[in-house]
Design a protein around this ligand. Structure first.
Ligand SMILES: Nc1ncnc2c1ncn2[C@@H]1O[C@H](COP(=O)(O)OP(=O)(O)OP(=O)(O)O)[C@@H](O)[C@H]1O
Ligand SMILES: [Mg+2]
Length: 143
């Protein structure tokens, strides 16, 4: 575990995932490279009466929302003296997580078992489930 991607949606489980990485770095002689991604689902656009300008505005708003969630994670990493990079993204959540792993050459993903969508009962949320299926690197799931 050298280059870690934390999938952060602001949920309690993702906060525990972040804390897990922070605690883990404290045990290492060589610092980890920590990346944090937040993905906002892209808008579904019907018809062709929506201008490119409007799409751009929607995307800016989504990126700002992603950045706000990431800043929260960044503040905790900073307080713990861990250096990090934040990656706001838009699109299909598991696909974007997978693409971040590839583009950043991360060797491990750390994420929660559940997220913001929590409907009690299920062990694993759909994003966690999809990521386990799709990625080729180890996935650390935090309850
Ligand atoms: N939009 C997101 N951006 C980044 N990471 C995410 C995002 N959504 C989920 N995750 C990561 O996946 C973990 C599991 O969340 P998941 O979405 O699978 O569960 P859920 O929200 O309880 O269920 P579902 O989304 O299927 O209703 C979260 O703890 C977080 O680490
Ligand atoms: Mg979810």
């Amino acid at each position: 575990m050298r280059k870690v991607l934390i999938a952060y949606d602001g949920s309690e489980a993702s906060k525990r995932a972040l804390q897990y990485v922070i605690d883990f770095t404290g045990c290492l002689a060589r610092p980890l490279e920590v990346h944090v991604v937040n993905v906002q689902n892209g808008p579904v656009i019907y018809g062709d009466y929506i201008t490119g300008n409007l799409i751009e505005q929607i995307n800016d708003g989504l990126l700002a929302t992603a950045q706000r969630a990431l800043d929260e994670a960044g503040a905790l990493l900073k307080a713990a003296n861990v250096s990090y990079e934040l990656h706001p993204a838009i699109g299909n959540v598991p696909e974007q997580i997978e693409s971040a792993i590839r583009q950043l050459s991360c060797d491990t993903v750390v994420m929660g078992t559940r997220g913001l969508g929590s409907i009690g009962g299920l062990l694993l949320g759909s994003v966690a489930n999809r990521v386990i299926h799709d990625v080729s690197v180890p996935v650390v799931l935090i309850k």
